[in-house]
Design a binder for this molecule. Structure first.
Ligand code: ZN
Length: 74
């Protein structure tokens, strides 16, 4: 019988979640908050939206990562 103290069973993560994404900028659009970057991982096609607020700082993610084709995780 499960108890509230039971630890969750670990599941292996799909490859898309286990490597460091190599983000490539697909398009960029200037906005009043900075430049919005639409980026895609070269390794797994995961996509994300970043905001480049200042040219001297690295972009920060403004969306969660979105896997476009989960079948590629296999
Ligand atoms: Zn990736």
């Amino acid at each position: 019988m499960p108890t509230p103290d039971t630890l969750p069973i670990p599941h292996p993560l799909p490859p898309a979640l286990t490597h460091e994404h190599a983000w490539l900028v697909e398009s960029r659009h200037p906005t009043s908050d900075g430049t919005v970057l639409y980026v895609r991982c070269a390794g797994c096609d995961t996509r994300r939206v970043d905001l480049l607020a200042h040219a001297q700082t690295p972009p920060s993610p403004v969306s969660r990562t979105i896997a476009v084709s989960p079948e590629r995780w296999r």
